[in-house]
Design a protein around this ligand. Sequence first.
Ligand code: GTP
Ligand code: MG
Length: 315
Amino acid sequence: MTDVEEIESLPGVGSATAEKLIDSGYTDLMSIAVESPRNLNHEAGVGESTATKIIRHAKQEIEMDGFENGTDVKERRKKIGRLTTNCDALDDLLGGGVETGSITEIFGEFGSGKTQIAHQLLVNAVLPRDDGGLGGEAMLIDTENSFRPKRITEIAEHLEKDADEVLEKIQVGTAFNSHHQMLLAEKALETGKEKDINLLVVDSLTAHFRAEYVGRGSLAERQQALNKHLHKLLNFAIRNNSAIVVTNQVTANPDQFFGDPTKPIGGHILGHTATFRVYLRKSKGNKVIARLVDSPSMPNGEAVFKIEEHGITEE
Ligand code: GTP
Ligand code: MG
């Protein structure tokens, strides 16, 4: 069955409802299963009680609706990959590197190193597994035009890799506005079906949303759009067992900006998957202090790394 046929075959979904769902971007069972009835109602115009049923059936269909025993969980956890940051202290902080199947948020002030980590991870991800990479390919949704092939080359060459081969394996989409950004996430989902994409970076997750949804009245709307986007990313993470890394700029003065930086960006929506939040702050010279906050599985702690000519390194 194709994804669309699977949606059409859900009990309670007629062809009109299937069309509404698909037109609203719910193009496979997973995207429905991880949705809330309220969002499904809002996004696709499906009545809330119908939405509840559809979500329940979608969950059953992909066996997301019940308990599994500890052995099953253990087996599932074995498939989780770890992507090195190139700094042991930072890897340790994350429990062995950036986890696949999860969303990792890197947040901090301007110039704190978010984009530099993104570049390093893009290179590392496409390296073979024996080198701490994930094999396969990587994708970047660049919203601030901060991707620099030259930086990729510097980092790759320092690791004694063929820079052109590395560049070849990194797909970059430049998002002109939040709508385009969300569209690129959908495109990434399509690409993920054909290619072995093990890392998807969104740098920055929030910049366009902040710039476009201004004023008190638009806060709820912005959160809703962002939640929808995060859902797509989560869907990508689970489907492809891929690492998702998003960056988020915050200032020292939290209430001036988007939400409270000490609260997870996706709120409860990201609650059911392991989510890592790393707060960066500049230290002396080229040093950066990374702090892990709100991790469900790791103790909160700190690590220091350096930004060198050839990328991220140990302190
Ligand atoms: P915003 O996107 O403005 O929020 O900042 P950011 O957190 O993405 O900062 P970014 O990673 O771009 O830069 C962090 C620091 O890395 C900068 O202050 C520079 O000192 C350093 N840096 C940036 N680009 C390079 C580079 O090409 N080479 C070297 N050696 N350092 C760089
Ligand atoms: Mg940046």
